[in-house]
Design a protein around this ligand. Sequence first.
Ligand code: BGC
Length: 750
Amino acid sequence: MKTTFLFLIIGLLISTEAVATVSPVKDEQTEKKIEELISKMTLDEKLGQMAQFDPYQFGGDEQTKQAIKEGKVGSILNLVGAKRINELQRIAVEESRLGIPIIIGRDVIHGYRTITPIPLGMAASWNAELTSKAMAVAAEEAASEGVHWTFAPMIDVSRDPRWGRIAESCGEDTYLSTVMAKAMVQGFQGDDLSDPKTIAACAKHYVGYGAAEGGRDYNTTYIPENQLRNDYLPPFKAAADAGVATFMSGFNDLNGVPVTGNEFTLKTILREEWGFDGMVVSDWASIAEMIAHGYAKDTKEAGYKALRAGVDMEMVSRCYLDNVQELLDEGKIEMATIDKYVGNILRVKFRLGLFDHPYTDETLAEKTILSEKNKAIAKEAASESFVLLQNKNEILPLSKDINSVAVIGPLADAPHDQMGTWVFDGKKENTVTPYTALTELLGAGKVNFAEGLATSRTKNTDGFEAAIQAAEKSDAVLLFLGEESILSGEAHSLADLNFRGAQSQLLDAMVETGKPIVLVIMAGRQLTIEDALYKADAILYAWAPGTMGGPALAEMIFGETVPSGKLPVTFPKTVGQIPIYYNHKNTGRPADYSNWTHIDEIPVEAGQTSLGNTSHYLDAGFEPLFPFGYGLSYTTFEYSDLKLSSKTMEADGSIEVSVTLKNTGKYEGSEVVQLYIRDRFASLTRPVKQLKGYKKVNVKPGETKQVTLMLSAKDLEFFNGTDYVIEPGDFDIWVGTNSKDGLHNEFSIN
Ligand code: BGC
């Protein structure tokens, strides 16, 4: 047991540090302009700034224009097209009394017209630089169509694949989500928010939404403060530190207080500790939903509680518009509070340069959208997101000399579905499917196509006969199974994660042909695919790969590229194992197979005993199907010689961790070298493993590389229920290819 805290980092210290890292810093001139503007505003105009409307809410074109003219519209969401947006902006800027520009928001989650992989797929690339580039593509295209602000990135740590929104997340790990959060913010916002190619980002859904009970969307979350601070908040802190312009408060009830009315998370942490000076927008009607939560009796109380917590802008509902006057009259809130919130909104508009350049160049979209450069990035992103889960007898890559392949399955030629969830602007006409790409790569004569099933859900097997015939006349079967895009995403949670419809039967029918099976799975989450492992020769997990998913897959299947993705989530064997994640606690009876008796082997009428039993399931054990961080390559890597620059670390110091990585296979490939630690004993129990660093390294066949990672004491800091601490003690360290396998060493903090 450690008894002394070397470092007690008190709240004040945290907040000072946070303020220093938040960028961009407030600038005096802008603050003066904001103040002047506010001093001239009527209450109606202030409330207009605090309101975000969906176009349908105005009731028609005339009404929309009138409301803007009267200065009653601060923001509109779900509006695209530079011409239309300019038309409305012109009214705001040239015809409203104070000429304050409107900010246009849109869900540009993983691409605008050029669709890149879903965020979960992007996280599987473990490539922050590429992720940034992909988000920059989205920003550039959206900006060219008049969008100023995206409601992304979603950085809710998600440990439940039943939750449909896991597709939008960066997966189960706090560290990886933190790296991705930063990369995505940088991608959307670039170095300069006023650049016409960048848009404001929004860290959402603050906070804890991913912990929804049972994976049911919108459900309750219960997260103790230490877990909130250790697991759920760091990606948001990273986004704030990266200068994210806005935050979105979520839908969930957190420990009894909906996050949209939560003073602790919105005021104490976000504003006071982190010094965030941008804008907070509610989620869609999440202020009004506090009534259904049972946290407010009417829209007035809901508005009051959101104001008290610090939500600046209300999305769609009218709790502010309808009640602020009364709340002011009753003295429940002060005008100074309203002014502060309006200031937060105006600050973002100034940072975006909207006052100086309110209009979008209407010629831009044509040059920008679906450009060759953007499609190339989308292809690279898709390629790096694929995770090779199985490759029996090194069946992949296939040779282009193959006589013919059968291209089978409901997702082989599904241009809409391969784009994934949260796509409003991508068009299926622009998507290149695997079928199209394979035909192009091999020539039509070599591709025998039959989808077998019209959709991923259908049980109609009329297409099987054609699929079997196609397989029988081919040398290999490329089978594309998974789930349609509408089966993940918001409000699309699932209780059963097996292949739906007759997909398993289709797999069986293909196996019966005796042909080698390459199974490609497209899905918005990890599915339960254990059965498929026994049947398919190779499995490539492709998430929802987006516009260029087809060519990226075709090239990988035929060896023009080599898989390098790693799982950003643990794959359960069965739904009953959920939640299952690598960085769990050890328990007093850590899971272990030494005494495990499978349920089928327990003698009938066996006497009750718990002795020797550990924390596991009788029927499913305790291990997942695939661990976090898992992913194969066409080549093989050998790790050796894990070295630490020192076996002891000062409480304010760091050590250098190095390992030798050799490519022992035939292909040039990239490996994600992962560093995990375990804090053996602490004032609060710590996870059995935690990712604390990684590097994606390209290595040529036969080549050896020295990979060095820095680990600092600061990386080992955690919140112990009272304070952020770095505690002296002993640590395990592993460096390896996934969260399960790695070379081991140890060190201690003095
Ligand atoms: C979602 C948000 C989204 C917003 C605007 C809500 O339903 O939860 O993530 O940004 O709608 O479309």
